[in-house]
Design a protein around this ligand. Sequence first.
Ligand code: ARG
Length: 441
Amino acid sequence: MKLWGGRFKDEESKLMEDFNSSLSFDKKLYYEDIKGSIAHVKMLCKSNIISENEKDKILMGLEKILEEIENGDLKIEGDYEDIHSFVEINLIKKIGDVGKKLHTGRSRNDQVAVDMRLFSKDKAIKVKDELNKLLNFLIKVGDENNYIMPGYTHLQRAQVVTFRYHLRAYYSMFKRDKKRIENAIDIMNENPLGCGALAGTTYDLDREFTTSKLGFEKPVDNFLDGVSDRDYIIELISSFSIIMMHLSRLSEELILWSSSEFKFIEMGDAYATGSSIMPQKKNPDGAELIRGKTGRVYGDLMGILTTMKGIPLAYNKDMQEDKEPFFDAADTVLSCIKVMGGIISTLKVNKDNLMKSVKRGFLNATEAADYLVNKGMAFRDAHKVIGEIVIYCEEKQSAIEDLSLEDLKKFSDLFNDDIYEFIDYKNSINKGIKSEIGYNN
Ligand code: ARG
């Protein structure tokens, strides 16, 4: 069933019809499509293009279709070209010829553009809401587990931080992600309805009216751009990709930390899985899947970027390929943020193992060097002295703070009793990451 065909003599091939149809995936847009049509019809009436009576009939038909789709009476299937044809043909079936007036002053090009903007804006807001929940979990779980732990560079133990501080790094990352989404919404918040196919229409359409009805900030400035702009989709998927990159880094750390080699955390049973053969296993599948799905979202971004790169103005059918990557990326990022929230809020932190790892890692070596500097030694020399102490400790299987003053004085007579206070881990934290004074050790 088609909305066109007047100028065609021969039947379309079945192969081409299937190839061309987007209904199987753009059916997701039914709500936005009907919402856009409702605003359009009200505007047509207000601009005296259709009568009050015609408007009421069409609105009644559209609302009925929406209701039937939502209660399952009307299934979105069949040989329709796309969701726009589906709604319009069903409207005509329902209310008769007056339904044929719906598409006055409109093209599917501005129609699909408005549908996608409404849909992607809604998804972006949902992503923002989920990010907010994750941000709260990171704060809460960090505050509840404010234990000293090793901080790493090159995955080698480096200096002390706290578990809370570590989670707050992710807090900062996801907060930036939230800003990126807000900014994308701000840029995309323009109404393409009224652009027509590419060059406007001969009707005096009230674009301000549909703009305010649909909750956009303003109408688009340029019709050619309005129907062929997909920047907002690219921008959102690119923000989603950055979120996934952050989620993936966090996943990687959680996977490492829950291994027997680290044992810093234990995943909650609700977010771990077992092995079908090895009874002892508790696998961090949730985090691994998030890490894995990151590749998929990057793929969606590359797909749409590549699709858009050679398209001349204005609309071309290539743009139908914007939908699946966007739907996939949005659904994936939303479920990954939710699952990460679950993982974070149910994990248990092993305070003792964090501390053991701190002790074994010479995490106060930098502070010990600073101590000698404060006593007058040049930093390079202090670095060397502490390096020698570390070798000595490794041989004796001891920590710097466990050496006697007598032992320490063998390396430098600048050492005094106050060294122990100076290289105490809690003091290092208070002096170093400062903002995090106090920890529940
Ligand atoms: N299914 C199409 C898409 O998603 C709708 C727009 C069709 N426009 C057209 N001129 N054929 O892009």
